[in-house]
Design a protein around this ligand. Structure first.
Ligand SMILES: Nc1nc2c(c(=O)[nH]1)N[C@H]1C(S)=C(S)[C@@H](COP(=O)(O)O)O[C@H]1N2
Ligand SMILES: [Mo]
Length: 204
C-alpha cells in the first residue's frame, strides 16, 4: 500500500519549501552561533537608554522602564548570517521601529539610518528597510530575556538583510541624509546586504 507521506511528490515538495527559505549559499543551522567583533559590553538596565537622533525635529530617548511600556509585538523570522548559516523560525519579542519613529517628526531628507551600539559597533541601513514592520528592537528571544552575547538587553533585528545589520547592544538610531558605511561596511561588506542577491561584499 502506498504511504502518501513517503511518495516522491511529498519529499520533493518539502525539499522545495526548504530551498525557498534558504538564500543562495546558505545552510540551515540549528544552534545559535555568537558572532561579535569585540567583547560583550555589560549594560545594566538602570543605565540602558535608547535614542533616536539626527534628522528629526527633536531627539527622543527612552529608559528601560519607558521602553518596556511601549506596545510590543512578537515576530517569527528566518535570519541569515553572511558566514552562511541561516536559522529558520526564530521567535522574538520587541518594539517595531514604526512604533519608535511615531514619537519623532522625521525630516524628508532622512533616507538612511546608522544603528549605533554600546561598545562602538555601527551599521548603515536605508530608512525604508526599517519601517512597515520589517525591523524591530528585540528584548526577548524564544520567550527569554535576550542573552548578553546575543545583544541583550536589546538588539536591532532586520531579518530580511544579512544578520550583521542586526546590531547587538543597540543604543540608538541616527537618521541621516547620506548612506555612511558602518563598522563591517568600512571593511568591505556590502552597503545593503540582501541575502537573496548574495550581497555579501562590496561589488557583489
Ligand atoms: N554591536 C554589535 N552588533 C553586531 C555584531 C557585533 O560585533 N557587534 N556582529 C554582527 C554580526 S557580523 C552578526 S552575524 C550578528 C550575530 O548575532 P549573534 O551573535 O546573536 O548570532 O550580530 C551582528 N551585530
Ligand atoms: Mo555576521
Amino acid at each position: 500500500m502506498d504511504n502518501p507521506f513517503f511518495t516522491r511528490g511529498f519529499l520533493g515538495k518539502k525539499r522545495d519549501q526548504l530551498a525557498d527559505r534558504l538564500p543562495p549559499g546558505q545552510y540551515k543551522e540549528e544552534d545559535f552561533p555568537v558572532l561579535s567583533a569585540g567583547p560583550t559590553p555589560a549594560i545594566s538596565l538602570e543605565e540602558w537608554r535608547f535614542t533616536i537622533r539626527g534628522l528629526v525635529n527633536a531627539s527622543k530617548t527612552w529608559d528601560w522602564q519607558e521602553f518596556q511600556a511601549l506596545p510590543s509585538m512578537s515576530f517569527t523570522k528566518d535570519i541569515h548570517c553572511v558566514t552562511k548559516w541561516s536559522k529558520l523560525d526564530t521567535h522574538w519579542q520587541g518594539v517595531s521601529i514604526d512604533t519608535l519613529l511615531s514619537y519623532v517628526e522625521i525630516s524628508p531628507k532622512a533616507l538612511f539610518v546608522k544603528a549605533y551600539c554600546y561598545g562602538g559597533y555601527t551599521t548603515n541601513i536605508p530608512l525604508a528597510d526599517l519601517t512597515q514592520e520589517k525591523a524591530f528592537i528585540a528584548y526577548q528571544f524564544e520567550g527569554q530575556p535576550l542573552a548578553a552575547e546575543h545583544g541583550g538587553p536589546a538588539r536591532l533585528v532586520v531579518p530580511h538583510l544579512y544578520f550583521w545589520k542586526s546590531a547587538k547592544w543597540i543604543q540608538g538610531l541616527q537618521l541621516m541624509d547620506q548612506n555612511r558605511p558602518g563598522f563591517w561596511e568600512n571593511f568591505g561588506y556590502h552597503m545593503y546586504g540582501d541575502p537573496w542577491k548574495e550581497q555579501r561584499y562590496q561589488g557583489d
